[in-house]
Design a protein around this ligand. Structure first.
Ligand code: NAP
Length: 458
């Protein structure tokens, strides 16, 4: 039997497990999916915005993989600094596939970045997604204007959530505390700001268009921003060599620039060619962002002009990308924020490390949509299977779960997770809403333990 641990139960971890059980080369395979949290699904649960029900429904596909009898979900087990380490995992399993994503936000490296009121978009996302490690905070308290730095899909998500009315969010599973705060929010202006032009923006057209369809917000684009690149101005031919996706984005943005405001209660101002220079401070809190005006350099980049523009904001969300976090005991490429690997095989000092693999963002960096993880995981599993004969020669523990318990871990297994789901729908019922996420560790573990005491049928 080939025993494999997959570390991380987000899309890349589940797709890796699925690839392992769907292959025919090694029929006898057993997979343990370990997760630090008592809940599975990674960023599908804790990253996909609550109003993106269709993407969230992907959980149903991931669930059917986790319910396969050759796979066990083992939550509440940390791998790394405070938990079981890579070396110990190799005593328990023939192979370990790290699918731990990119857990941190990238930094801007400009003055004022850490002022109160300036937060990473990933913190904000964790808060409205009920991540149990999210700092209980009222992001929007006292803010009338917010600046979102970056024009990727995370920026679009957080701008949209800030601009939505509470009525639009109540039917979702957003936690009650965040819903209450967003209901009381007085944010009326959200500025989403890119340092380059619309053709270089990272957002996808579907997500961009969604902003324009919000019932409670007008989307505004300034012709003067677009005029900085003559090719973007109305009626001009798009720059040569532009991808179809960028062309579509450009069409949407030009359309908005030509559209008068509809008088909706909130405004999303999408800005371009503004590079953050510093965060401004008043009374010990952020009061705005100073941007340097940029112009295209003709090679897809921009150069500064020495002219500056200040945008007032009491809330600044930095949505400039995620970054992988080093795992103690595993090599790490600090420049790329990934684990060095060759098609998924972890490289130690340039040579493949037997039994250690990576998939997902920690393998290739934080890019692509959820589906990108499927071929990525498949490539890694192909490498693992090529090595399987060698790997199974090494003796491993008979029951890794017992060994984890002996080491002090309190695993939450599938019945525990099902009990959390059940507790969340009960919580929703008491609040007169649909299922509502539990947002704290004690609440999650209490529900899981109750469930594990009276195991539910698998
Ligand atoms: P991203 O797509 O890499 O976008 C990052 C943005 O930040 C870019 O506009 C980038 O501009 C800007 N930026 C980076 N450094 C900056 C700096 N120092 N100053 C100013 N701007 C800076 O990252 P993301 O939005 O975090 O998304 C991560 C991944 O998750 C993406 O693959 C995304 O598609 C995916 N995702 C998908 C969805 C969805 O499908 N609905 C939702 C959320 C996330 P430059 O281009 O100029 O560097």
């Amino acid at each position: 039997m080939l025993r494999v641990a997959v570390v991380g139960s987000g899309p890349s971890g589940v797709y890796a497990a699925q690839a392992l059980i769907q292959q025919l080369r090694v029929p006898d395979v057993r997979v343990h999916i370990l997760d630090r949290l008592p809940c599975p699904y990674g960023l599908v649960r804790y990253g996909v915005a609550p109003d993106h029900e269709k993407i969230k429904s992907l959980q149903n596909n991931l669930r059917s993989v986790l319910e396969d009898e050759r796979i066990d979900f083992i939550g509440n087990v940390e791998v790394g600094a405070h938990g079981v380490g890579p070396r110990q995992l190799l005593e328990l399993y023939h192979a370990v596939v790290y699918c731990v994503g990119a857990a941190k936000d990238r930094r801007l490296g400009i003055p004022g970045e850490d002022l109160p009121g300036s937060r990473s978009a990933t913190d904000f996302v964790s808060w409205y997604s009920a991540h149990p490690d999210a700092v209980a905070d009222d992001f929007v308290l006292g803010a009338r204007s917010a600046v979102v730095i970056g024009v990727g899909n995370v920026a679009v998500d957080v701008a949209r959530i800030l601009a939505r009315g509470a009525d639009e969010l109540r039917p979702t599973d957003v936690p009650q505390a965040a819903l209450g705060a967003l209901e009381a929010s007085r944010v009326r202006e959200v500025h989403m700001v890119g340092r380059r032009g619309p053709a270089q923006a990272k957002f996808t057209t579907k997500e961009l268009r969604e902003l324009g369809a919000l019932p409670s917000a007008d989307v505004l684009v300034e012709q003067s921003d677009l005029a900085l690149e003559p090719a973007y101005a109305e009626g001009a031919a798009p720059p040569a060599g532009l991808s179809a996706a960028s062309r579509r984005n450009l069409d949407v943005v030009r359309d908005w620039a030509a559209r008068p405001p509809q008088g909706r209660p909130r405004q999303i101002r999408v800005r371009f060619f503004l590079r953050p220079a510093e965060l401004l401070e008043r009374d010990g809190r952020v009061s705005g962002v100073r941007f340097e005006r940029t112009v295209p350099d003709g090679e897809g980049g921009v150069r500064g002009t020495g002219a500056y523009e200040d945008i007032e904001a009491q809330l600044v969300l930095r949505a400039v990308g995620y970054r992988g976090v080093p795992m103690p005991g595993l090599p790490f490429d600090d420049r790329r924020g990934t684990v060095p690997n060759d098609r998924g095989r972890v490289l130690r000092d340039g040579a493949p490390s037997p039994g250690e693999y990576v998939a997902g963002w920690i393998k290739r960096g934080p890019t692509g949509v959820i589906g990108t993880n499927r071929p990525c995981a498949k490539e890694t599993v192909t490498a693992l299977l090529d090595d399987a004969t060698e790997l199974t020669l090494r003796p491993v523990a008979d029951d890794p779960l017992d060994r984890l318990r002996e080491a002090g871990h309190r695993p939450v297994q599938w019945p525990g997770w099902l009990a959390i789901e059940q507790a969340e729908s009960e919580l929703g019922r008491t609040l007169g809403r649909g299922s509502v996420k539990i947002d704290d560790w004690p609440g999650l573990l209490h529900a899981a333990n109750e469930g594990q005491r009276r195991p539910l049928p698998r």
